[in-house]
Design a protein around this ligand. Structure first.
Ligand SMILES: [Zn+2]
Length: 438
């Protein structure tokens, strides 16, 4: 009999592998950072024994959710400026606030609040685009969150972080080298967007990504403004422009992809660029509605992103799933699109795949890293239960998330964060709030 560190038992185990099996009275054995076994509880306990058995009746276990696009530290700007157009929001509110407040200390503190929110909502991996990712990475290693942390690149200097374009690349290369071999932090390079990064910066970012085999993450075709700006400067629409630079590849994941021509959808599929669908951010900023069903049909791999909490205003992937599943039905007039299984695939395995982590996380499979969520199913809004996938997409809330495992370690135990001092993190956020609003 093999000894496991944890055995998780649940009424439903959803591995999210190709057969989309639903294991009733299932179990997952966790050993070290990895999944050692998964199957029916009766079978798993023939092979494994453990002093720690968690979960039980009335629970579901599924892979940790993956937030494929955010700016985690922006949680401190949550609700700072709402109900205004995107460019006005960016230029008159967000950029000035970042210019005034964004430091390494800010990122160090804010990221912890973001991770607390994500842990409690069942998110075990997130992909980020921001600055001072060294501070974020050290925080993630301390609290046990997994992250693909993209060092931001823009054409203009940012006081305190980069006094020239070269500085951004030096910072990015250092970031890549600093986290080489980390189990939790996967460095990434993140050119901001086609209207803030010229051709040279995209090409340099792509070269760096190729040299170190790290992902490249960018905003793409988010607004009509961006499309017209890109056309005005380069005579091409955003995806066609990046194609002309030769930077579209499997290493790239692109957030938004709202305004796409049919040819651009084909290009994203052909170059195997992953798409981070940020529907709530796009709705709130009135950016538009990305053609998700069309992209999926064309073979584009897509996943969910929340975008920063200044534009969403939360980091709740369960909410993105429900919103996307409903909005695309209404917009297309077809209630079969973005069904609940597709939504959970996007939130788990496909999310891992577009971030280059498909062989490591995103599904419950022997040998993969143990990134898992246990949620309770015995609330009024989850009763009765006929279809578990439908319930997760349309009914489950972050408050139903009970226990969260990242890299084999329990980070939330029966709704109690174990690696983050919740009271202290909230108190610190309120101190920043007082400073920022003054
Ligand atoms: Zn964004």
């Amino acid at each position: 009999m093999e000894k496991a560190d944890i055995i998780i038992r649940a009424d439903y185990v959803l591995p999210m592998e190709d057969d989309m099996a639903v294991i009733r009275d299932g179990a997952v054995a966790v050993k070290g950072a990895n999944i050692a076994g998964v199957g029916a509880f009766d079978e798993v306990i023939k092979e494994f024994t453990s002093e720690k058995i968690v979960g039980g009746k009335g629970k579901v276990v599924f892979p940790g959710l993956i937030n494929t696009h955010t700016h985690a530290a922006m949680v401190y700007f949550r609700g700072l400026a709402d109900d205004i157009p995107l460019m006005e929001w960016l230029q008159n509110h967000i950029w000035p606030a970042e210019g005034k407040w964004l430091t390494e200390d800010f990122v160090n503190d804010a990221v912890e609040l973001a991770c607390l929110e994500m842990f409690k909502a069942g998110v075990t991996t997130y992909c980020d685009m921001y600055f001072y990712q060294g501070a974020a990475g050290r925080k993630l290693e301390k609290i046990g969150m997994r992250g693909v942390l993209g060092a931001g690149i823009i054409d203009f200097p940012f006081t305190g972080y980069a006094s020239s374009v070269d500085d951004y690349f030096v910072n990015a290369e250092n970031h890549i080298n600093n986290f080489k071999g980390s189990e939790l932090v996967f460095p990434c390079i993140a050119p901001h967007a086609t209207y803030t990064c010229g051709p040279d910066n995209y090409k340099r970012a792509d070269k760096l990504s190729e040299k170190y085999n790290v992902p490249i993450h960018t905003h793409l075709a988010e607004t009509q403004f961006e499309v017209s700006e890109t056309q005005r400067h380069y005579g091409k629409t955003p995806v066609e422009y990046l194609e002309s630079l030769g930077v579209l590849s499997e290493r790239m994941s692109a957030a938004h992809c709202v305004w796409l021509t049919d040819n651009e959808i084909e290009l994203l599929a052909k170059r195997r660029v992953g798409v981070s669908h940020c529907i709530e951010s796009n709705l709130k900023l009135a950016s538009g509605i990305a053609p998700l069903p069309k992209m999926l049909k064309a073979g584009v791999k897509a996943a969910f992103g929340t975008d920063g909490a200044a534009s969403n205003n939360d980091l709740n992937i369960l909410g993105e799933m429900a919103t996307a599943a409903k909005v695309h039905k209404a917009v297309s007039g077809d209630p079969t699109v973005v069904d609940s299984k597709t939504a959970l695939l996007m939130a788990t395995r496909w999310g891992a795949e577009i971030l280059g982590l498909g062989d490591k996380t995103g599904s419950i499979k022997k040998g993969k890293l143990a990134d898992l969520v246990i949620a309770g199913l015995q609330e009024p809004h989850l009763t009765p239960l006929y279809d578990i996938y439908s319930h997760i997409t349309y009914c489950l809330r972050p408050s139903d998330v009970e226990t969260v495992v990242v890299n084999g370690k329990i980070v939330v135990d029966n709704k109690r964060p174990l690696t983050i001092d919740e009271e202290a993190v909230m108190a610190r956020a309120r101190e920043w709030q007082e400073k920022i609003k003054s």
